[in-house]
Design a protein around this ligand. Sequence first.
Ligand code: C2E
Ligand code: CA
Ligand code: CA
Length: 663
Amino acid sequence: MRRLGLVSRFAVLSALVIGVLGFALARIIGTEVTNRNLASARQTAVIVSRVVVQSRLTPDQLTHGLSPTAIAEVNRSLQPLLADGALARIKIWNTDARVVYSDDASINGRRFPSDDGLADALEGETSSEVSDLAGAENTQDRSSDDRLLEVYTPIRLSGDAKPEGAFEIYVPYAPIASGIHHDVLQVWVVLVAGLALLWLALSRIVLGASRRLRTQMQRNEYQTSHDSLTDLLNRPRFDERATIALRDADARGGTAHVAVLLMDVNRFRDVNEVLGHTFGDVVLQELGRRLTDAVGGAPVARLGGDEFAVLLTEVSGAAAACELATRLLGVFREPFTLDSLPVELEASIGVAMSPEHGTDAAALLQRADMARYEAKRAHTGVEMFTVERDGTSRNRLTMLGELRRAIENDELLLYYQPQLDLRTGRVSGFEALLRWDHPARGVITPGDFLPLAEHTGLMRPLTRRVLELAARQSREWRAVGVRLPVSVNLSAANLHDADLPTFVSELLRGEELPADAFTFEITESVIMHDSTRATEVVGALRNLGARISIDDFGTGYSSFAYLQQLSVDEIKVDMSFVLGMVDNADDATIVRTTIALGHNLRLEVVAEGVESSDALAMLREMGCDIVQGYWLSRPLPGREALEWFRRHARPIPKAAGRFSSAQ
Ligand code: C2E
Ligand code: CA
Ligand code: CA
C-alpha cells in the first residue's frame, strides 16, 4: 500500500516537473520560432522591395520625387505583388520625411512628421512591428486577421553609409501568423509527445523497479519466516502465530483452547545414519506435506532437526487435541519408500494447552516439550502435559543453575583411569573422566548431568573447564616425571565450537605442555552425525599435534573412508562388546573384527570395560593394543592416580592375575 503510494507520488511529481519543464521549453522555443518567422518575413519584404523598386530609383528621384513615367513603371512592377497579397502597401521616403512614392498616389509628395520607425530607417536601421492599422479600419470583421507587418528599411543607392531614403513596407500578417502558429504547434506536439514518452518511460522504470523490490521483499519475508527444507513455518514465525492465537483467544473469551502439539521422530538420527542424509531430508519434506494435509489449515512449523509443531488456535478440549495428536502418529507410521523398501517411523508427540498449561507461546512450547519427553520415555506416542511433570522440570531447572555455578565454583573435578599398553606392559596414558562434587549430593557421575549440559549450551564452558583441569594435572605430573598423555572426551557441542582449537593451543602454551599432551576422544556417533563440522574442528585439533580417538566404536556405522580422511589415531571398542565378549560369541567376534579393522587402518585399538582377567586374556590373544577398565583400576582422583602409577610403573608381567590387587 505504502509502496503503491510511493509509485503514484513519483508519477504525479515527475509529471508536474516534466509539465513545468515542458511549458517553459515550449514558451522559449515558441518565442524563438515567432521571432524567426517575423525576421524571415521582414527579410523577404526588404529583399522584394529592393529588387523590385530600389533598382529603379536614382538619387535625384529620391530628392525631387519620381516622374510620372517612373511612377507608372514602379506601379507596374509592384502590381503583381500587390495583387497576390505579397505586399499590402509600400511608401518611399526621402531624408526630408517626404513621400516620394506611395502605392496610394494621393499622398505622393506630401511630408509627414517622422515616426520612430522612419527615423531609425533614415539612421540606417531596419525595424518592424505588427500594426493594427488595417484592422482598425475594418473592426467589424474580427474573424479575419487584417493585421499588417510594418517594415521600415533604409535605401542606399550610392553605397554611402548614410541612407538616402527609406522604404515603408506593409506585408499582410495573416500568412506569417499562420506560419508561426503552425511552427509553434509543431513544437508543442513534439515536446508534449516527447515529454509524455519520457514520463511514461520513467514511470515504467520506477514501476518495474518497485515491483521487483516488492517481489524481493516478499521473497525475503518468506525466507525469513519459512524453513527452507520443508517450506513450513520456522520457529520465530510459529512463536508469533501462537502469540497472536493466544491473544485472540483471550479477547474472545469462551471455552475454546489454544493447543501446541510438539513432535519428533524416534531415533531419527538412525534414519540419517543408516539410510543417508539425503533420504533423511526427503523424509522431513514428505512429513511436512503430510502434516500440513492432516491438520487442515492449522499452522505447521519445523522447529529444527526432525522437530515439528502444530498450532491449534481453537480446540474444544484435551480430548480433541489428543485425538488429533494420535491421528498424526499415523502420519509418521505410514511407510516411506526408499528404493521400493518401506521405512516406517515412530513419533513422540507432546501436547500442551492454554490456559491450563501456560498463557504464552514460550510456556506452551516448553510444556509440550516436556510432555513429548515423557511420551518418548514411556513409549506412549502421545502425552498431554501434566502439572506433576512440572516438578521434575523444576528440578532440572535448579540443577541447571547449580551446574552453571559449579563450573565457576570449582565443584567440577576429574578422575583419571589408567590405560595399559599390552605390547609393552606399561601404563600408556590416562582418560580424564568428569565428576561433579555437588555440595549437597556428593560426587555425581557424568551420566546424571552431562545430558543436561549438552542440551543447554553449557558444554562449551564445561569442556573448557575440563581442559584446564586436565592441563593443570598433566603439568603437575610432568613436574614429577610422569609424562603420559591424558585423554579428554569431547561432545557434539564441542565440534560446533570453532574457537576450541585456539583455546587448546593457548592452554598448552600457558601450561608449557607439549602438543601431544592431549588425546581427544569423540564418540563415533557424534562424529558421523555431524561429519562436516567434525572434519573442521577435529582437523584443527589434530594439526595442533593432538591425538584423536574414536570412542564407543562399533555403535555408529562409521564409513572407513571417512575415518581415513579424518586421519584419527585410535579407536576404542565400545565397552558393551568388551563386557559381553566373555559370555557372548557374537560380541567376541565383533571385538576381534574391530581390532583387525583398526590394524588394517593402522590405528591403535583400545578396549575399555575390561573387568576381568578372562577378558584381558582374550584381548591379548586377539592382539588388542591397549586396555582400560576396572580390572586395571577404577577412575581415581588425580593424587591417587599418581600413587597408583608409582606402584605400577614397572612393566606388568604377561601372566597377570588381578592387576591392581596383585601388585
Ligand atoms: P566413556 O568415555 O565411554 O567413559 C568410560 C566410562 O566407563 C566411564 O564412565 C568409566 O568410569 C566407565 N568404566 C571404565 N572402566 C569400566 C569397566 O571396567 N566397567 C564398567 N562397567 N565401566 C567402566 P563415567 O566416568 O561415568 O563416564 C561416562 C561417560 O561420560 C563417558 O563415557 C563419557 O562419554 C562421558 N564423560 C565423562 N567425562 C567427560 C568429559 O569430561 N567430557 C565429556 N564430554 N564427556 C565426559
Ligand atoms: Ca571416553
Ligand atoms: Ca567409551
